[in-house]
Design a protein around this ligand. Structure first.
Ligand code: SF4
Ligand code: SF4
Length: 147
């Protein structure tokens, strides 16, 4: 994948390997979110899915994630127009909206660590849902993620 495929292919034209490589590993989509019933506005919280490894920011149950967590997001090119709830940093949303990838994206930097170095990943900023009562999730709403 030496060519900058994301600059000349549409999301729908990408093969599986290219599609997977777009994920920067930030794990922002593994944060629990609250939706305002009236406005539809999404609020991110610092509470994360129980299956997230807090250090690597990787899913510990990736192959069976959708069976384990019905809300676990499955992104595909057909639903790209609905990516507006994703953080503005997410590569899938950025490309769906015609934007480029930032310097810290692993495909641009050549390193999986720049997403952490740049403070984009959730490392060090999260708490597992294991430790939070469902009624208290609202108390963990955060504003540092732009949607
Ligand atoms: S927010 Fe986007 S780039 Fe970040 S982990 Fe989720 S799918 Fe990957
Ligand atoms: S199952 Fe894995 S990918 Fe899905 S939300 Fe949980 S940690 Fe993230």
């Amino acid at each position: 994948m030496s060519d900058r495929f994301w600059e000349h292919k549409t999301l729908a034209e990408m093969n599986d390997q290219e599609w997977e490589s777009l994920c920067d590993g930030c794990a922002r989509c593994c944060m629990l979110k609250l939706e305002d019933e009236d406005s539809g506005e999404i609020a991110y919280t610092s509470v994360v899915c129980r299956y997230l490894n807090h250090q690597s920011c990787k899913c510990t149950r990736y192959p069976e994630r959708h069976a384990l967590v019905p809300d676990c997001v499955e992104l595909d090119a057909e639903t790209a127009s609905q990516f507006t709830w994703l953080p503005v940093t997410c590569a899938y949303r950025r490309l769906a909206e015609g934007n480029s990838l930032d310097w810290w994206h692993p495909l641009v930097s050549g390193s999986r660590s720049t997403v952490h170095d740049a403070g984009i990943s959730v490392r060090g900023k999260i708490v597992s849902e294991h430790h939070i009562h469902p009624d208290e999730i609202e108390e963990h709403v955060i504003t540092w993620i732009e949607t």
